[in-house]
Ligand binder design. Structure first.
Ligand SMILES: C[S@@+](CC[C@H](N)C(=O)[O-])C[C@H]1O[C@@H](n2cnc3c(N)ncnc32)[C@H](O)[C@@H]1O
Length: 250
């Protein structure tokens, strides 16, 4: 790959997650984020572990077709590495992620990477969906690391459309940024300067966004605490929450 001149989120995350698909320009940008938000590497490692747990849970429910929104790079414990037998379609809005993702997946016959703007499901090429996943059965949908950048009205609409588009029995995993980020105004400014405004939420403001999707038993929890085995959302925390996660089904 040509050495890039601008940093990219997928590669910055790859750096924080200990991967090998990033460049000095990405490390430089990662360090700038770490200066204003030292928890960055940990937060994204925790998030990647959450992706692992929700993906394994979805597969344990008999689902072997996955679609991933705002995927970043397909490295460091991303979905197809957790469920290697499944068919997985990664999507993202970032052309660098798509290009590098396609290269990394070139030898995987059951995994593909294509463009989709998660705020507009019509941007997803249905022929690629069919080509990668075959006839749609119950789907696993991973919508992690992207809702934080989508305002309520649009997110509500997207989740509603996803509900209509997916077959009954589909399971959707999400995360949302918590309000702890508000303690880091420089982080918010930095993100804004990249054109990525951060929407921070709590369980009360998250719940109405889910619309017709039914919450699974663990409920809406800090991502580090989310486990499929929790039958009731008993965990309370006085710590500031960086990210909440929940799994819902149709
Ligand atoms: C913070 S990274 C999350 C990557 C991965 N899902 C994870 O949780 O580790 C956010 C990703 O969402 C992508 N993204 C941002 N806005 C998007 C949109 N409207 N549609 C699709 N992808 C988007 C970015 O390009 C980036 O790859």
């Amino acid at each position: 790959m040509e050495v890039p001149s601008v940093p990219n989120t997928g590669r910055i995350l790859d750096y924080w997650l200990g991967g090998s698909h990033h460049f000095p320009i990405d490390i430089e940008a990662a360090k700038v984020f770490e200066q204003v938000y030292p928890q960055s590497p940990n937060v994204f490692r925790t998030l990647r572990q959450y992706i692992g747990r929700v993906t394994r849970y979805i597969e344990s429910q008999g689902i072997n077709q996955f679609i991933v929104f705002g995927s970043g790079l397909p490295t460091c414990g991303n979905v197809h590495e957790v469920v290697p037998q499944a068919k997985v379609l990664y999507t993202d809005i970032d052309q660098d992620n798509i290009k590098l993702g396609q290269q990394l997946l070139a030898n995987h016959s059951n995994v593909n990477y294509t463009f989709c703007d998660a705020t507009n499901l019509d941007s997803l090429d249905q022929s690629v969906v069919t080509q990668t996943l075959g006839t749609l059965g119950r789907l696993g949908v991973v919508f992690v690391g992207v809702a934080a950048f989508i305002p309520d009205e649009i997110l509500t609409e997207v989740l509603d459309k996803l509900y209509d588009w997916t077959p009954a029995g589909t399971i959707l995993a999400l995360d949302f940024d918590g309000e702890a980020g508000a303690e880091y105004p420089q982080l918010l400014e930095l993100l804004d300067s990249f054109g990525a405004h951060l929407y921070m939420r709590n369980p009360t403001t998250i719940k109405p966004l889910l619309g017709r999707w039914q919450l699974t038993a663990p409920g809406i929890l800090p991502v580090a605490a989310w486990q499929a085995e929790l039958s009731t959302p008993v965990l309370k925390t006085s710590e500031p929450v960086f990210m909440y996660g929940c799994v819902v089904y149709k």
